[in-house]
Design a protein around this ligand. Sequence first.
Ligand SMILES: C[S@@+](CC[C@H](N)C(=O)[O-])C[C@H]1O[C@@H](n2cnc3c(N)ncnc32)[C@H](O)[C@@H]1O
Length: 271
Amino acid sequence: MSDVQSWVPQSVDVSVPSAARVYDYLLGGAHNFAVDRMMGAKVEEMMPTARSGARVNRAFLRRAVRFMADQGVRQFLDIGSGIPTVSNVHEVAQELYPESRVLYVDRDPVAVAHSELILAGNDRTGVLQADMRDPDSILNSGEATRLLDFDQPIGVLMLFVVHWVPTEADPWGLLKRYREALAGGSYLAISHFSDDHGNVAATEATVKMSQAGGGEIVERSRDEITALFGDFELVDPGVVRYAEWRTSGPGDISDDPLVNAIAYAGVARKP
Ligand SMILES: C[S@@+](CC[C@H](N)C(=O)[O-])C[C@H]1O[C@@H](n2cnc3c(N)ncnc32)[C@H](O)[C@@H]1O
């Protein structure tokens, strides 16, 4: 295949679309292949606002990281981090506080290969290939030990990823494992597709996206998403449409009300 770059691990089948690369395509990144662009185009056909949704989510990431950094958090664990494109967790955090440390985790080997390249030379960052359904493989990893001090507050981000965890895998039980591993003063940020926008085309586009994700996307209700935060205390304004969480400017929100309605987001603190 002509557009296979030298960084692509040999084990990666580039004839199969990858959720991380389709997302990169939607964000306007350069880390995707023809098969991903085709899948991305199909998603856009069904939901012309898909690009805008990816950007709104990325804007939430920036606001959540800045908020946590302002609260004194200097170490971050980004699970389901995808391919690092513009405004990554370490760029946002280290711009404010250069000493900030960030561990990225993704199950997609291409996302991990890209992260390794982008993070080379930044020894306060690291990347781990792991599945969030196996918390021990993340929390007890060498990279977690190197970069994170679990006796100090950590900012955990799970953005646009928990909807890939099927209900049978008990995302609420899984999230409890992560929450329990954190020190008081830690924060958890989640953004998650929801099914209460009532737009059939958007749901169909989500199903299409599922095919690129190696699993089915499960849209959940606001209550189900809120329950993922468990006993952590939600900071204002609670679990709201992802575009509306502490919106700071026009770039945070889409002109299309449907885009703003497809996901919920929140940030909560461990007491
Ligand atoms: C849509 S991207 C989100 C990227 C980034 N978190 C953001 O919000 O901009 C979702 C990422 O989650 C990853 N992912 C999906 N299921 C996962 C799992 N069970 N464990 C780890 N990563 C997962 C995919 O490989 C993909 O890179």
